[in-house]
Design a protein around this ligand. Sequence first.
Ligand code: HEC
Length: 137
Amino acid sequence: MLKLAWMFVAVAALAQAPEFQPVGTMSQLMVNIIYPASDAIFYVDRNPPSTGVEWNALANQALMLAESGNLLLMPVRARDKANWIKDSKMMIDAGAAAYKAALAKDLEGIHAVNDALYASCVTCHAQYREGYGKPKR
Ligand code: HEC
């Protein structure tokens, strides 16, 4: 009987969705992770990578950017199941393309990502960031 009870406990534990534990606010994710990682791509020409170490550093930023799109998709963070998902995926795709280009040491490939990456930020902000695009008072 006791054995059966433990089996129920085990099955219940398996059925539970993994529990995410968000640490940063949306603003902190943007300012501390997404903004600097995307700047590394937007402004790559300020300091174009030449050594393997520099290309690695850029690849790290691109990977961080792509994966932080997944952080935006966490159920506690996603604002809805429509455009929020689309906009986050746009950022993931752009980050992933930049990652691939950085691994291939392909500067043109990094440049090529620029517009799509910028579009992902601006599209989501226009839809979800309060006061975005309004003149500052
Ligand atoms: C899926 C939606 C989404 C995407 C994609 C997104 N953002 Fe944001 N961003 C937000 C939201 C929502 C806020 C407002 C956060 C708040 O104030 O609570 C924000 C705020 C910001 C802020 C201001 C934060 C502050 O508190 O001052 C910066 C900077 C920022 N985003 C940078 C970026 C950059 C750069 C990109 C693209 C590489 C990007 N974001 C992509 C949703 C998004």
